[in-house]
Write a protein that binds this ligand. Structure first.
Ligand code: 5AD
Ligand code: SF4
Length: 352
């Protein structure tokens, strides 16, 4: 019986992957099938797609975690404002610029400014930081949550290039249960505002949240496609002991990899990071992700003394992107899987 079912599934799998490779369109049921039964065939189809559309080079984006202060209270996140067991920090503007200069010296093309929703960094401060970083001739990605249209507009005018805002889940009732005082429609609206302002727009989901269904993960992928996201980051949910979801205990690595690979099949030319959360759950998880559809890595160049404090989940194994030996190691690993490090700015639409 099992074998028989397996065979049926196997035939469907071939058919669905072929359709995805030919048309880049799948319906929800077909995506559910990929996420339920996806195996090496899914990963190699995603890898083949990545190679065809993005080539063999891997983009490195230097990550600066500039504040772990957050006014939000997301149930899964260690930075949530109700967590009193965390020492809070914010980098000074000089420290942020010091990191950006270091990134430039080390040869990075992009820096990513990531942080909690911290009201201290108002539009004026952020715009000053953007202008200073842009003077270094770097591509700049921002990622610090929901802002109103005018604020995003000011960031764009000041010179920022990209904005990342994960939708986290498209299941509205799940979204509501995990995000007190937040509004799903507003988050979607933020993403469309970001897109309409001309930012390269990044989004993504958490995979393995309690009560999250395979159906809703399929909906997440359809949402990325509908938004026409330029970047999609998929990360496994990892329980943090000082949050209401501390009790949840399962490893979401494989399912995250399937969601990521299926995303690559349906959005063939976007940028997809091999996320830190994947490495945290599995040794060499980042490399496995690079061989299953991903083409971006985000080494962490935050000043060492702050790094451990950006604990969105425990044991975060971020890559020390400011350490020459770590970077050399990373470079070797990338070469070992037949890939190179990109010298370009890494926009979605650049020609190979
Ligand atoms: N496990 C994995 N990822 C998490 N994030 C927040 N908390 C966790 C967690 N416990 C992710 C969210 C957020 C990003 C900055 O970190 O998806 O968008
Ligand atoms: Fe704040 Fe983001 Fe964590 Fe939510 S996920 S608490 S918005 S840092």
């Amino acid at each position: 019986m099992r074998v028989f079912y397996g065979n049926i599934a196997a035939q469907d799998m071939e058919k669905i992957i072929k359709k995805a490779l030919n048309t880049r369109i799948l319906d929800k049921e077909e995506i559910i099938h990929l996420l339920s039964f996806g195996d090496n065939r899914l990963y190699s189809a995603a890898d083949k797609t990545r190679k065809e559309f993005k080539g063999n080079s891997v983009h490195l984006r230097a990550l600066i975690e500039f504040t772990n202060i957050c006014q939000r209270n997301c149930f899964y996140c260690g930075l949530r404002c109700d967590n009193k067991n965390i020492e809070r920090y914010r980098l000074s503007i000089n420290e942020i610029l010091e990191c950006a200069k270091k990134a430039k010296e080390l040869g990075y093309k992009t820096v990513v400014l990531q942080g909690g929703e911290d009201a201290f960094f108002d539009a004026e401060k952020i715009c000053n930081i953007i202008k200073e970083i842009k003077k270094l001739d770097l591509i700049l990605t921002l990622s610090f949550g929901e802002k109103d249209y005018d604020e995003y507009k000011a960031y764009k005018k000041a010179g920022a290039d990209r904005y990342l805002l994960r939708i986290e889940t498209t299941d509205k009732s799940l979204y509501k249960s995990l995000h007190p005082n937040m509004n799903f429609d507003n988050r979607v609206n933020c993403l469309y505002n970001i897109k309409s302002l001309g930012f390269e727009t990044g989004t993504g989901s958490l995979v393995g949240l309690p009560n999250q269904t395979i159906e809703s993960l399929a909906e997440d992928i359809l949402f990325f496609k509908k938004l026409d996201a330029d970047m999609v980051g998929i990360g496994p949910f990892i329980p943090h002991p000082d949050t209401p979801l501390a009790y949840v205990n399962k490893n979401n690595f494989d399912l995250s990899l399937k969601v990521m690979a299926a995303t690559r099949l349906l959005l063939p030319d976007i940028n997809i990071p091999a996320t830190t959360a994947m490495e945290t759950l599995k040794k060499e998880g980042r490399i496995i992700a690079l061989e299953s559809g991903a083409n971006v890595i985000m080494p962490n160049i935050t000043i060492e003394k702050y790094k451990a404090k950006y604990a969105i989940y425990p044991n975060k194994t971020s890559l020390n992107g400011a350490n020459y030996n770590t970077l050399l190691d990373l470079q070797k690993k990338i070469y070992n899987i037949g890939r190179t490090i990109s010298k370009s700015n890494g926009f979605r639409n650049e020609t190979l």
